[in-house]
Design a protein around this ligand. Structure first.
Ligand SMILES: [Zn+2]
Length: 97
């Protein structure tokens, strides 16, 4: 029962890393506040940067794969061919673009 009352009293904002009072007007106030808005903006831009970095990494892998496959010296080792096929599956969406 104790936990119930604690959670009723406080609400954790993961973006701002602070507790706020768990009632509609406090939450609304907090979400309209400068600190929270800045935290939201920061979080969104971090997410965008991560996505860009991941896309870049995928494209680089795709490029290397294509290079290997188009190369005249493509190894015929079955294990290596399996690795290529598996990696192609992982990066499928990027390669299809
Ligand atoms: Zn917040």
């Amino acid at each position: 029962m104790t936990e119930y009352w604690v959670s009723q009293g406080k609400k954790w904002c993961d973006l701002c890393k602070i507790f706020i009072s768990n009632n509609p007007s406090s939450i609304k106030n907090h979400e309209l506040g400068t600190r929270h808005k800045e935290a939201v903006t920061k979080r969104l831009s971090n997410m965008r940067e991560e996505k860009v970095a991941k896309d870049k990494e995928k494209k680089e892998t795709a490029r290397v794969l294509t290079q290997i496959e188009e190369s005249q010296e493509t190894p015929t080792d079955p294990r290596f061919m399996f690795w290529i096929a598996r990696t192609r599956t992982w990066y499928g969406n990027v390669l299809d673009r």
